[in-house]
Design a protein around this ligand. Structure first.
Ligand code: GUN
Ligand code: FE
Length: 465
């Protein structure tokens, strides 16, 4: 690939490379990467790396490559509900909007009909790695894992554990059945051939799990330290109060997970809006990551998560769409709302404080484009403990990439593409994409050469449209 490339580096740095040559090997990993390559030198540089008779993909001026987005938290069975229920807060929304939809997946045929378009919609929006909550149903969630696998997406897929405080029609009957189905799904996913799908323990949240169920899941986790875990934490004030009343023996919401053996370096905690100082410290010590879901936090009026504080503390943070608490499956929406959330925090800080700005790097400050890109890619990879494999372009990493085109006149009036003169800098194009972009600008979602599923899927969508 030859052209403009945007690469996250760390929490406050990105590299915009206007003439980058990137060698992707047969196995789909990045063999080499060279910057500042002039047009006339391309063949020579390729030959130097032993790339002779290799296809060259030359990007147009209005195109750039960026690492695929990593959605660290979403609910596949809620995608059909996107946009519904904005009048409710979390606990009412679960009862009135969410559980009725999720319970439909008890019918395996409904799951088979619905999940293909769900996964496809998520891929089309540029998510190359996704952490999925399924439902409580074993068959339906196996179907979800099979479909994700067939489409060649990298993902974690988990079956929700729920035996308490949920309607009879949408509840697991006993701890034993819940644990047995969980183990069944784990072995199903582990047996998928040549797969990029990982199993993940998915206690929905403390409210929906009895203490024995949490303990049983903790035992499953203890037997396999590599098994990832995902759940919700401290999203909404009524949820926090209810959780504290259910588990008075623990000193906090986070302690309920910790005491059950569910808080560790491969745990993904969604939301984390209302954590106490003790909980922040406990999470930091555990090495768990936080999935910041700002679209959902605004939509369900849950609150504004103090992400800058977590970053200054050194906690791993990624972004999540949390569909359908969030109304969009696109990580662009998560990025935009994360930006607004951080601006709300900075404005509140300014209103309350008359002194100088905080001396810390991120606390009480607007998140920069560099930080937002990092959270959507490499930060998410770190939350999933996949930062050695995905999240940025580097030698040895998998080529999970988006090819973005900001030159579509119908969507970006005034940018005329190669023939025009209104093209800006690579950074300018990135900014335009992150705040003004949408799915049609992602012209290609590519994984690698051996797994062409994502590529052909996206191309088929383009052909149809
Ligand atoms: N807490 C427990 N379940 C859910 C869910 O499905 N969505 C959100 N946003 N929060 C939850
Ligand atoms: Fe959620």
């Amino acid at each position: 690939y030859y052209g403009a490339v945007v690469n996250p580096v760390d929490h406050s740095t990105l590299r915009d490379m206007s003439a980058c040559l990137l060698g992707v090997g047969e196995a789909g990993t990045i063999d080499w990467l060279e910057e500042h390559v002039e047009d006339s030198m391309v063949q020579e540089v390729m030959a130097k790396h032993g790339y002779v008779d290799v296809e060259l993909v030359a990007l147009r001026q209005e195109e750039f490559l960026v690492p695929g987005f990593i959605d660290t938290h979403t609910h596949a069975p809620q995608v059909p509900n996107m946009g519904s229920g904005q009048q409710y807060e979390l606990l009412d929304w679960l009862e009135k909007i969410t559980f009725p939809m999720e319970s439909k997946f008890r019918d395996p045929e409904f799951a088979k009909r619905t999940y293909p378009s769900v996964v496809r919609r998520i891929i089309d929006s540029g998510t190359t790695t996704c952490c999925y909550f399924g439902t409580i149903h074993l068959e339906g969630t196996k179907t979800l894992a099979d479909i994700v696998h067939a489409y060649g997406q990298r993902a974690f897929v988990g079956k929700c554990n729920m035996d308490s405080n949920c309607p009879d029609h949408y509840k697991e009957p006993t701890v034993e059945t819940s644990i047995a189905a969980t183990k069944d799904l784990i072995s199903h996913i582990s047996r998928l051939p040549d797969s990029l799908v990982y199993p993940i323990l998915t206690p929905r949240f403390a409210i929906s799990c009895s203490a024995p169920l949490l303990k049983g899941l903790g035992d499953v986790a203890a037997a396999d330290p590599s098994l990832a875990i995902q759940t919700h934490i401290s999203e909404n004030p009524s949820e926090v109060a209810f959780t504290r009343s259910l588990f008075p023996q623990h000193t906090s919401y986070a302690h309920t997970y910790a005491e059950s053996g569910l808080l560790r370096s491969n745990t993904i905690l969604a939301h984390a809006v209302h954590l106490t100082e003790d909980e922040i410290e406990l999470i930091h010590q555990s090495g768990a990551g936080i999935s910041h879901c700002p679209t959902s936090n605004f939509h369900l009026k849950s609150g504004v998560a103090p992400i800058g504080r977590y970053l200054d503390r050194g906690i791993k943070v990624g972004l999540g769409t949390d569909v359908s608490g969030g109304y969009s499956p696109s990580m662009l929406s998560a990025i935009q709302n994360a930006s607004i959330a951080s601006k709300v925090i900075e404005m509140n800080f300014r209103e309350k404080s008359s002194g100088p700005p905080s001396p810390t790097q991120f606390t009480d400050k607007q998140l920069s484009m560099e930080t937002l890109l990092y959270l959507a890619t490499l930060g998410g990879a770190a939350v999933c403990n996949l930062e050695k494999i995905v999240g940025s372009f580097a030698v040895g990493k998998s080529f999970d990439a988006l090819l973005v085109n900001v030159g579509n006149e119908a969507r970006n009036p005034g940018i005329w593409g190669s023939a025009g003169s209104a093209l800006g800098s690579v950074r300018g194009h990135l900014e335009q994409f992150l705040w003004g972009g949408d799915d049609p600008q992602i012209t290609l979602v590519c994984r690698d050469k051996s797994r062409v599923a994502l590529i052909s899927l996206k191309l088929s969508c383009l052909l149809q449209s």
